[in-house]
Design a protein around this ligand. Structure first.
Ligand SMILES: Cc1cc2nc3c(=O)[nH]c(=O)nc-3n(C[C@H](O)[C@H](O)[C@H](O)COP(=O)(O)OP(=O)(O)OC[C@H]3O[C@@H](n4cnc5c(N)ncnc54)[C@H](O)[C@@H]3O)c2cc1C
Length: 417
């Protein structure tokens, strides 16, 4: 009997993989198994509308359970795969769940995502110290936040800053503590980091850069204050830790798959065992734009695009994942949109009005357009995304004139570029 495809991890990537397999004409059993007790849902609103209390979990479902049933996709929730074995190297094998069930499969996909990096400081286990990855995390946080007066956010990355913006909009006293000397330093240029520091400060957030939390203190088991590396104490009846994620590796290690801060996959979402595919936050892959170097992309766009590639690979088609990466972040009334990857840039051009909170930054290397960060500048974002998608460019000199719409400046790449 056909044991079908087992997809481990029922979130953005796993759900897309299941749907794309059916779209590709797969008729065998497809099982999507996830340890969370919910149908697959969107995570981005957890640090935005859901945290604000302006949406509920059912509105975040990626697909209604009836859709999955109608497409003969078996969804198993609240069940964790503990061990996996392949028969003679694969592709078939069997997986054992936490509750002791054994699932046989003909083909295996790993979409196990990542978990939040834990804070390593005395007092980190106190009540009121929270993380934000799952819907259950967000539900706890939004309840605690409604009663909190002073919130300390540890980590000035996207999730920390979005949570800080929500807390500030709710009138809380908010402090953001970031260990390095700028905000969102892994993703944007200093000019954008400086903008976000100023934007949060203007709205009343106390931003502490180059500062670490050295310990947390409480009364009973509840957090009350955090001590910073400069010796100062900040009151906190709620602490939100947003210091990055760690891709899940346990199953990949059982299967002896290459792992390098993520499951290593190629452009076709194949792991080092080509009969096993992986997609989403759990992977590292060749840069989709240049093909060089391994990158880990934690984004909805990547989870979807790589999952489609993985489904195509399982269906016997070769469709490389070379889509232009894109990402967004909402903080207050500021919409940041990113297209491309700015890593390795040697030059950038700023357009628009930073003080007026509407501007964009275009990144270049050796004169080649790499990426854009656009704040309340959707036209610039769309133009760069279009140029990168069609293999065109926009010259840095021309882009520097903010009076000219970027979409008018898209030109073919010079020959040999
Ligand atoms: C608060 C928040 C805000 C975000 N905002 C944005 C945004 O604005 N824009 C953007 O592009 N991206 C955003 N992201 C990132 C985006 O949500 C992720 O990139 C995306 O969810 C990755 O999907 P995934 O399926 O690869 O992994 P995940 O979403 O991590 O899902 C993996 C799933 O696998 C399950 N699992 C793991 N191991 C097992 C096992 N052994 N057995 C069974 N199940 C298992 C996990 O429980 C989890 O449900 C945000 C993320 C968070 C947390």
């Amino acid at each position: 009997m056909d044991a079908g495809t087992l997809i481990v991890g029922a979130s953005q990537a796993g759900l897309q993989l299941a749907v794309s397999l059916r779209d590709a004409g797969e008729t065998g059993p497809v099982t999507l198994i996830g340890e969370e007790p919910h149908a697959p849902y969107q995570r981005p609103p957890l640090s935005k509308a859901y945290l604000q209390g302006s949406t509920e979990l059912e509105q975040l479902w990626l697909r209604a359970p009836e859709f999955l049933a109608g497409n003969d996709i078996s969804l198993v929730t609240a069940e964790r795969i503990e061990t996996i074995e392949l028969d003679d190297g694969g592709p078939s094998g069997s997986a054992r769940t936490r509750s002791g069930n054994v699932l046989n499969f003909d083909r295996l996909a790993l979409t196990v995502g990542a978990r939040p990096r834990r804070l390593d400081a005395p007092g980190a286990e106190l009540a009121g110290v929270t993380y934000l990855r799952t819907a259950d995390d967000a539900t706890v946080l939004r309840e605690l936040q409604s009663d909190a007066e002073s919130v300390v956010v540890i980590g000035g990355g996207f999730i920390g800053l979005e949570a800080a913006a929500v807390a500030r909009a709710q009138g809380k006293s908010v402090t953001v503590v970031e260990a390095v000397d700028r905000l969102i330093g892994r993703a944007v240029a200093p000019v954008v980091s400086d903008f976000y520091r100023a934007a949060h400060t203007r709205r009343g957030v106390d931003v502490r850069l180059g500062t670490r939390v050295t310990r947390l203190a409480g009364e009973g088991d509840r957090v009350q204050a955090v001590e910073l590396s400069d010796g100062t104490w900040v009151s906190a009846d709620l602490v939100i830790v947003g210091i990055g994620v760690v891709p899940r590796s346990k199953l990949a290690r059982q299967l002896h798959l290459d792992y390098d801060n993520g499951i290593v996959v190629d452009r076709f979402a194949r792991t080092s065992n080509p009969s096993v595919v992986a997609a989403g936050d759990c992977t590292v892959q060749p840069n989709p734009l240049t093909g060089h170097g391994l990158v880990r992309l934690e984004s909805v766009q990547n989870a979807i695009s790589q999952a489609k590639t993985a489904a195509a690979t399982l269906a016997g088609r070769s469709e490389p994942n070379d889509a232009v990466p894109w990402f967004w972040s909402d903080q207050y009334n500021l919409k940041l949109q990113i297209a491309g990857l700015s890593t390795g840039h040697d030059h950038y051009v700023v357009r628009g009005d930073i003080g007026g909170e509407s501007f964009s930054v275009l990144y270049y290397r050796d004169g080649a357009l790499l990426a854009v960060d656009a704040v309340n500048a959707p036209g610039d974002y769309m133009a760069v995304r279009k140029a990168l998608t069609q293999g065109s460019t926009i010259s840095a000199e021309a882009a520097a004139d903010s009076a000219v719409a970027l979409k008018r400046l898209i030109v073919p790449q010079p020959v040999g570029a």
